[in-house]
Write a protein that binds this ligand. Sequence first.
Ligand SMILES: Cc1ncc(COP(=O)(O)O)c(C=O)c1O
Length: 370
Amino acid sequence: MSWRIALARPDLGEEEISAVSRVLRGPVLTSGPETEAFEREFAAYHGAEHGVAFANGTVALVALYAALGIGPGDEVVVPSLTFVSSATSVVFAGATPVFAEVDPETFNLDAADVARRMGPRVKAILAVHYGGQPADLAELAQIAQAAGVFLLEDAAEAHGARYRGRHVGTLGQAGMFSFTPTKNITTGEGGMILTGDHQLAERLRQLRNHGQSEPYVHSLLGCNWRITEMQAAIGRVQVTKLSGILARKLALAERLDRLIEGLPGVQTPTVRPDRDHVHMLYTVKLDSGPAMRDAVIDEMGRRGIETRVYFPPVHRQPIFVGTSPALPVTEDVAGRILSLPIHSRLTFDELEEVAEALAETIGAVCAGRT
Ligand SMILES: Cc1ncc(COP(=O)(O)O)c(C=O)c1O
């Protein structure tokens, strides 16, 4: 479906087209200088020592668990209010996800609930930075340290975000980023692991290339999880645009806050003071539940404005039914959230239209007129 005002839109142009053309005119299409440069430049932007690029963020997580020796019999604590592969990647590694509650204001992991779910089999905590706002990393690091387990970051949605002045992806043992088209920067498909651990980075490189230690010697069980040179070339251009994209999105988010603040029944995003939110998503929470929220989505859609639920809880997905106790906070939040359009090419006029449509739609839905 083509929307008049889309939720997200990639910021791509002639520079990315030239970068891909340059690669296509040369002899190397995979595992070459563009990949190395993309890894170096993305890592440098975030202040990380090592970057290892992957075909996508999901397989980057699978490789990370394998590289850390997390597998059958082990557990990883993850939020349920996230994209499904924060949890399915754990399953692909042979381990089991343990779902924890989120903070009902920021939608990030609730550290107190994580502490309650730590058992002898837990080997890692996966801190997802929901929508681009860093999770409570200090509290989660304390829990991980006390239990002697890894703190890993799912920074798929949080390129360039900072927690207490430091970039996410560099605050645990490793951090994963995704480059799908709805993210703040994109390579079409793509992923990256950042880490300060040289040995971990080397293991990840080997796993991504069929576990090969030298030509046709496969000393680890790996897979083909490589990114192409064309994607990496796009990624290099995108890294140079990241600061500009984030500045634009911050200005849009602040304007949207002012436009929506005071609208009855709508809560604007809560941003904790010690961190930067990079607004991959702009998610509001409604006072009323799923029936009204879904009616708002339908009516906004009729006006050509795309809105979406990020995310239906993962523990309620058919593949996970019966594997997790109820998560009342997550389920309540998931029934009331709504993500609105926000991307670097959105104009302030379009933003005003979104806010006006939301106000009218909520008014109409409340009055039972849709
Ligand atoms: C929080 C989160 N984790 C993991 C992923 C998976 O990344 P990818 O789609 O690149 O496999 C995504 C994005 O899609 C995501 O938003």
